[in-house]
Structure formats: structure tokens, C-alpha cells
Ligand binder design. Sequence first.
Ligand code: ZN
Length: 273
Amino acid sequence: MPEAPEMEVVKDFLAQNLVGNEVLEARVLKPSVLRSLQGNIQQDLVGRVFTDSSRRGKFLILTLSGDRVIAINPKLTGGLQYCRPKQRVLKRTCILLNLSGGSHLRYTDDRQMGVFYYVSNDQLEDVPGLGDQGPDVLDDIGLEDFKSRLKGFHGEIKGILTRGRVLSGIGNAYADEILFDAKVYPFKRRKQLSSDELRRIHHSSRQVIVDATSVVRERMNGQLDHKMRDFLAVHNKGGQECPDCGNKISQITANKRITSYCRRCQPGMLIKN
Ligand SMILES: [Zn+2]
């Protein structure tokens, strides 16, 4: 799943490369990912110019001339390609935009779990899941604000972080990284967290994403759908050595989601669901 670091770099890349391009042609190869509140995009998109690229949590927001917005929620399997037209169209390509600058923007999604919304500016707030996200993880919200936002949520801290209502942009992989950095057991319940643990989670949330964004920025190099996760400390590294203490990293799969953590650095009692 693309999370805040990848989305942030993609957003900046598109601000530099996509903005100013006119759409010459729009092709919908897999209509199931498309939710248009503005009719047939194959007609309506043509002639519009990209004017801005921004991000809100896990949504990429691409603004076009004439009051149109594309909002992409890639979820687990969506991604973008910005490539030359002659590059082979992959089977997972769902939507393809041919641009005046001589490139293609392609939305790919092999399981078609993500959604490509096409709306007006006013309709943006109607996009499901967009408006009810918490502040972005890169917004510098203060500790007291963070703590009071957390209060409304019950259950395990990792689940709360990935839901995106307290802070947005954190998915399964970076929730593991944040909790490892904060040295907090991922299955600890919110009510059991000490004030020192809360302080550490607040600090690590932003810091881990800032650091990861700069690594991804250095290495992505225009390959927008390239997921770089090899530099992570613990996520999906079960059985390998913890970079802090050398203990073996534990890995648990529940509801098809992997959680990786170090039992020594992040002690806690495992309660099976
Ligand atoms: Zn450790």
C-alpha cells in the first residue's frame, strides 16, 4: 500500500511534471475503479489542463482547469505510472491519460481495490473517506492535540494508527515502523499507554515518516509505482535481526495483515484475537 512517504514523493513529482499538461485523450480500460460525478471522463477530461497536485492523507488530489478534480485513493493495490506512450501498457492498467507533454499518466491496480474519483471542487468533500481523515501525519500537530484526538478511540494502538482518523497517511507498514521507533508494543491498548509512551508515539509518527520520505525521494527516480520497503527497520522482516538489539524480529499475521515487531524492544503480552 502506498503510504504517506510514497504518496508525498509522487505528489511532488506530479507537481513538477504533470502540472501544465493538457489531457489529449482519456481511456478507461477497467471501469470498476472509476467513480465519476461529472459524466463520461473520456469526453469531459479532454482539453483540461492539470493545475495542481496535492495530497490529503492517503488521497492524491490532482486539480484540473474548469473546476474538475481527480482524487485517487490507491488503497492496497493502486499505483501510478508516468511514462512514455511507447511503454507497454500493463495488464493492470485501469485508466490511461495521454498528455500534451508527450507522456502518459496511467492508473494501475491489479486487484482494482483503489478508487479513481472524478468530481468538481464542491463535490470533493463528498468523496468517501476523504473528509473524515485526521490531520496529515506530516502536519506538525502538537502533543496535546494528538493525545486528545486519540482519546476517542479504543482498541490496540496499531489499529488506531492505521485507521487514519487520528493522523492520516499511516498504513500497515509505517505503523510498524513508528511503533518500533517509539518502542511501544503494537497490540497495547490505547488506555494502557503511559504518558511517556504517548509522547514517544507522537514524536515517532512524524519523524519516521519524514525520514522515510527523504529516502524514498532519493530513490524513487520517477518510478511512481515502485514500493521501496527494503530500508525499513522491522516491517516484513520477521526472523531477521532487530537493528537495535539483535534479537529476532517477531512477525504475526492477523486478518491478512502482517505485524512485525521486536519482543525485546517492544515488550508486551500477546493477546490472541
Ligand atoms: Zn530489538
